[in-house]
Design a protein around this ligand. Structure first.
Ligand SMILES: [Zn+2]
Length: 321
């Protein structure tokens, strides 16, 4: 369909930037993914937005807004990215830098909080005002939603679930602390721990986290690191449950692809870890790994004053396809 109002949505990550042109019906009519350069990230981002804009115009659409979501500590009100370690950014006035280049309104958001928005409006947490999204990929973060609002914290740094030191005196995290949750429960952590046990004569070659998951049940080293991951994740989720009392916990990111190998033991361990109260429902994300980009599209329609169009969008699996 041509002649629609569309937005440009970009999920800027440490390794890749994923952009899309999304219509008011939630249809992705163009998508572009490219590596994030080590330097000149803002220039590359502007180039990507210009290309997406040109594609939208070629298709006969009108661009009404754009949104860029980034990792790190993001001050949404000013559009300043205070700190993003994997972009090597400190106090980057992203909104201002983008705003001078484009005629339409632009907004800057946080990738995980945007993913939480997508999960709430279109995904597994649909309709819930009290939920937590925990995307588990290379690292771990969380979008904390209470009363329908996402908790940002005093400095935009809320939700660093991966750096809760769940294991006292545990293994060293990249952040400098010992025993952080993501040392045990992340793609990088799983691969590192599997390889380390291999060096001790127990395991095999360096494998990716998805390869390790496939070995669960048939490889004792995979079983061991997976059992640790499940136990530590359940401990973290118990802390989260006691603090926030969510109705639903949604697990997203690459880890969610483990499916029931993850879900069943985590549900059991969480229930066991909560002695006096019921565990919240634990579900897998239905928005998937494109959640940040889909959340960015929602933010863009909101900044254009058209946030209600999302009510008519299809369920997340259809949008993400
Ligand atoms: Zn840490």
């Amino acid at each position: 369909m041509s002649g629609e109002s569309v937005v440009l949505a970009v999920d800027l990550g440490g390794s890749s930037m994923k952009g899309a042109v999304v219509t008011e019906h939630g249809e992705t009519v163009a998508a572009e993914r490219r590596p994030t350069p080590a330097t000149g990230i803002v220039a590359a981002l502007i180039e990507l937005l210009l290309e997406l804009e040109a594609t939208a115009l070629e298709l006969g659409h009108t661009v009404i807004a754009a949104a860029v979501v980034t990792p790190g500590i993001v001050e949404e009100s000013s559009g300043i990215v205070r700190y993003a370690s994997n972009l090597n950014w400190r106090d980057v006035p992203l909104l201002e830098l983008l705003g001078v280049r484009f005629e339409f309104p632009i907004t800057v958001g946080h990738d995980v909080r945007a993913a939480g928005l997508a999960e709430r409006l279109l995904g597994a947490a649909r309709g819930s005002d009290e939920f937590v999204l925990v995307p588990i990929g290379t690292g771990v973060a969380a979008a904390l939603v209470t009363r329908g609002d996402t908790v940002t914290g005093a400095s935009g740094a809320a939700g660093e679930f991966g750096h809760i030191p769940v294991v006292p005196g545990g293994e060293l995290c990249t952040c400098g602390q010992l025993g952080c949750l993501e040392v045990y429960v992340s793609g990088a952590g799983l691969a590192r721990r599997y390889a380390a046990l291999g060096d001790a004569g127990l395991g095999g070659p360096a494998l990716s986290s998805s390869e390790i998951v496939e070995l669960v049940g048939s490889d004792p080293v995979a079983d061991e690191v997976w059992a640790d991951a499940v136990r530590v994740l359940a401990q973290g989720l118990a802390i989260m449950t006691l603090l926030l009392d969510p109705a639903v916990i949604v697990i997203g990111g690459g880890f969610a692809q483990a499916g029931d190998v993850l879900l069943s033991p985590v549900r059991a361990a969480l229930a066991e870890g909560l002695a006096w109260r019921d565990a919240p429902e634990v579900l897998l994300s239905t928005v998937g790994t494109d959640a940040g980009r889909i959340g960015a599209a929602i933010l863009a329609f909101q900044v254009a004053g058209r946030g209600s169009v999302v009510n008519g969008w299809p369920a997340a699996s259809a949008v993400a396809a």
